[in-house]
Ligand binder design. Structure first.
Ligand SMILES: C[S@@+](CC[C@H](N)C(=O)[O-])C[C@H]1O[C@@H](n2cnc3c(N)ncnc32)[C@H](O)[C@@H]1O
Length: 242
């Protein structure tokens, strides 16, 4: 797959809310690698977890799948029979390109794509669910109900992988880690203008919470254990087990 470099915010642009549209879909692999510290490590870990947690005759869900990186990782990691990966996104542009990515690889486990809102998507017989940087785009007041529904649709012993951008209660730490993330982006070739314009576009679209909020909510909906296994600056990944 040929993918373009992300230059979407390199020239001055009118500030409009960030959308996962055609222009974002075209540059997404470059954008996410240069913007999200730890992304490649998480994708590799999803493959490993799929190998460990997925049982015969079960489903895996990739909720907010974008171009299908997590689905492809699960498909690579699963060595069991009669499993299915269900990849869901509500952006037509993202899902169109996702189909091309999926078609470009051979799979022993089929990947089924759904153009749908994850708030409406049934989850059942799930051995593994991935929410890789998606929950942060869901309205805050709908997050608990979504996680409860996911929990109900999971099999005992199943795993949820939840990755998010987070905020910190302590303002000094919040500023420090935000700045370290901006330095990471600068080292990856983004200018100050690109960083500030993207930040403005994401304001009120991506709503980060504290790590504590995430862990408390996961425990409240019923997960027997939830722990942060990776943190890079203000980006974290959690593993929760039913
Ligand atoms: C940061 S991307 C996720 C990256 C992806 N999971 C990966 O590992 O490469 C967020 C994705 O969630 C999708 N999304 C946001 N809200 C959604 C919703 N309510 N229902 C379905 N998809 C949603 C967006 O279209 C976008 O593709």
């Amino acid at each position: 797959m040929n993918t373009k470099s992300d230059t979407l915010f390199s020239a001055p642009v009118k500030s409009t809310p960030f959308q996962f549209d055609k222009s974002v879909a075209e540059v997404f692999p470059d954008m996410i690698k240069r913007s999200v510290p730890g992304y490649d490590i998480i994708i590799k870990q999803i493959e490993k977890l799929a190998g460990q947690f997925v049982k015969n005759n079960t489903n895996c869900f990739d909720l907010g799948c974008s171009l299908g990186a997590a689905s492809l990782a699960m498909s690579k990691g699963i060595h069991q029979d009669d499993c299915k990966i269900i990849a869901v996104d509500n952006s037509e542009a993202m899902l169109g390109r996702c189909q091309q990515h999926i078609n470009a690889f051979k799979h022993s486990t089929p990947v089924e794509l759904h153009l749908a809102d994850i708030l409406d998507m049934p989850v059942e017989n799930a051995a593994m669910v991935v929410l890789n940087f998606t929950l942060q785009f869901i309205q805050n007041e709908k997050r608990s109900a979504l996680l409860s529904r996911i929990y109900e649709g999971m099999n005992p012993g199943g795993v949820l992988l939840l990755s998010e951008k987070i905020i910190f209660k302590n303002p000094t730490i919040n500023r420090l880690l935000t700045n370290l993330h901006h330095d990471f982006k600068k080292e990856n070739g983004y200018s100050d203008l690109e960083i500030s314009q993207k930040r403005n576009a994401l304001e009120n679209v991506l709503t980060p919470e504290t790590l504590d909020n995430h862990l408390t909510r996961l425990n409240r909906v019923g997960f027997s254990t939830a722990t942060c296994w990776l943190q890079q600056f203000n980006f974290i990944s959690i593993i929760a087990i039913k």
